[in-house]
Design a protein around this ligand. Structure first.
Ligand code: 5RP
Length: 262
């Protein structure tokens, strides 16, 4: 475990560490994708190896599946699991209603399916992901490769009539080639700046032929665990607001942190 982390990595790490409190032996757990979720998977792997935790993990990407196997977590498919106790994932933005933008890592489709098939979804994030109104982060929309330019035009025309500040879109690239998702699709990033009505936008986007799914997660997240660079962690619950604060102290040797308050 590295001991010399930047404040942002400390923030991600403590959020991930705090989320492990919610994971109990016997659970089927959805494992998110991204740098914050990767910390979670590593922490869970440590608990499997050192503390006898027994869980089955359903990864939301090939990347996460590989990491989970590497750290010793039993990996099963969503079809094998059928339903999950809990999903823990990162986010690109979350607002006061715990609605999210996800898909910065290109895994939004599996992430949304897995989170929706869970009794509870916990988002782990550093405080920079918190926004008043969603939309500064470009909204990822997964589209099938066939006719993607036509789909892009339809999306741009549709955006004109919606409560958003920007209407430009761009095809996500991976070097010189279009980015390809785990499902073999492309991603259009929508530069909206401000999303006035996220629920409406999400419904309308998914009506457009060629759109597979969009990165708005509405009424899916129950709890957000927010990490800060000084080791503070805050837990917010959709029903109860701020419910808990914890401070982790970082040490230069041995374990990276210790939970000093609860
Ligand atoms: C991947 C995602 C990630 O959860 C999101 O991009 C946040 O990533 P990170 O934890 O690296 O900031 O939605 O599709």
């Amino acid at each position: 475990m590295p001991t010399d982390l930047s404040p942002i990595d400390k923030a991600k790490f403590v959020a991930a560490k705090k989320a492990t409190d919610y994971v109990k032996t016997g659970m089927k757990v959805g494992l998110g994708t991204g740098s914050t979720a990767a910390w979670l998977v590593q922490c869970l792997g440590e608990m499997v190896r050192d503390e006898g935790l027994r869980i089955q993990g359903v990864p939301t990407s090939t990347r996460t599946a590989q990491l989970a196997r590497d750290v010793g977590i039993e990996v099963i498919s969503l079809d094998e699991a059928k339903w999950l106790d809990l999903t823990i994932d990162g986010a690109d933005e979350y607002d006061g209603n715990l609605n999210l933008i996800k898909g910065g890592g290109g895994a939004l489709l599996q992430e949304k399916i897995v989170a929706t098939a869970s009794d509870q979804m916990i988002v782990i994030a550093d405080i920079s992901k918190q926004v008043e109104t969603l939309g500064a982060f470009p909204l990822p929309v997964e589209v099938i490769p066939f006719g993607w330019k036509t789909t892009q035009t339809l999306i741009e025309e549709t955006l004109i009539g919606l409560d958003v500040l920007g209407q430009t879109t761009s095809l996500r690239m991976n070097g010189d080639a279009p980015f390809v998702t785990d499902e073999g699709n492309h991603i259009l990033d929508l530069h909206l700046n401000r999303i006035g009505n996220a629920r409406q936008l999400s419904l309308v986007m998914n009506q457009i032929p060629g759109v597979v799914e969009n990165g708005l997660f509405i009424d899916i997240c129950d709890t957000v665990i927010i990490g800060y660079g000084d080791g503070k962690v805050e837990v917010r619950d959709i029903n109860n607001g701020a419910i808990e604060e914890t401070k982790f102290d970082f040490f230069e040797t041995g374990n990276l942190f210790a939970d000093s308050t609860d």
